[in-house]
Design a protein around this ligand. Structure first.
Ligand code: ZN
Length: 246
């Protein structure tokens, strides 16, 4: 369907990860070409699918759609574009993922605990936003306490010296060696590309990798409807970049 033309035109909404990989074709152009070249009841085949958008437009115009997806990643997207999950089911999937058992606690609490500190003013446990390091030494923790902002009209953002508990937590072994090894095995390694895999994993701190691996294990370990699983995998993809050092 005139790929060159499509790729030059304005893009519609998509996830940032797809903006460069597989931008959606402009709906007006797709509609015009479909009306000009096919009739209701026809089969519209997209042999170089980039997320099922053409097949979706075909179905919306009483055609039948057929999409051969160009990569596993766009296939995930096509799953959502062609069979959007019920939002309530998706919401329930996120909730059950967060509440799923992990060690002696839940996945959400286990991950929160990796990044937790206590507010120096009110004592509440909070996730840190940032930690400043100088070499191996933990210098400063940044966090936001909404309770202190609302009740004591303090600034929401706090930067504090870490306490003993924080230093202990920072020094704790979170099992990252094993996780790095497991994640390394998931990557297809191009010839001589061992360094590339290390560099990709090196974008994340130990704790981030441990958290991401725990989420991924749950996404892959539980049985779900295909569109919901695809949505969770794409949500995971969406989280990987902000959770990196970049
Ligand atoms: Zn506080």
């Amino acid at each position: 369907m005139g790929r060159l033309l499509l790729s030059r035109a304005e893009t519609g909404f998509t996830l940032p990860a797809f903006e460069r990989l597989a931008p959606p074709p402009p709906p007006d152009l797709v509609q015009a070409r479909m009306e000009a070249n096919s009739a209701p009841g026809d089969i519209v085949a997209d042999l170089h699918g980039r997320g099922g958008w053409i097949a979706r437009a075909a179905v919306d115009r009483q055609r039948r759609g057929f999409s051969l997806e160009a990569s596993p990643l766009t296939r995930l997207l096509a799953e959502l574009v062609l069979r959007p999950p019920d939002l309530r089911h998706l919401d329930a999937a996120f909730s059950s993922l967060a509440a799923s058992p992990h060690g002696e606690t839940s996945l959400r609490l286990a991950i929160t605990d990796l990044f937790a500190t206590r507010c120096v003013t009110c004592g509440r446990t909070l996730p840190i936003d940032e930690a400043d390091w100088q070499g191996e030494e933990l210098l400063r923790l940044h966090y936001r306490c909404l309770l202190c902002r609302d009740q004591q009209t303090r600034s929401e953002r706090q930067a504090v010296e870490p306490g003993g508990e924080d230093r202990d937590r920072a020094a704790r072994d979170v099992g990252a060696m094993q996780i790095r090894r497991r994640l390394r095995e998931r990557f297809p390694v191009p010839d001589g590309g061992d360094g590339l895999i290390e560099a990709i994993l090196g974008l994340h701190t130990d704790r981030q990798l441990v958290g991401l691996a725990a989420i991924l294990a749950r996404v892959e370990g539980d049985l779900r409807a295909a569109p919901v699983e695809s949505a969770l995998r794409l949500a995971f993809l969406h989280a990987v970049l902000p959770a990196s050092r970049l």
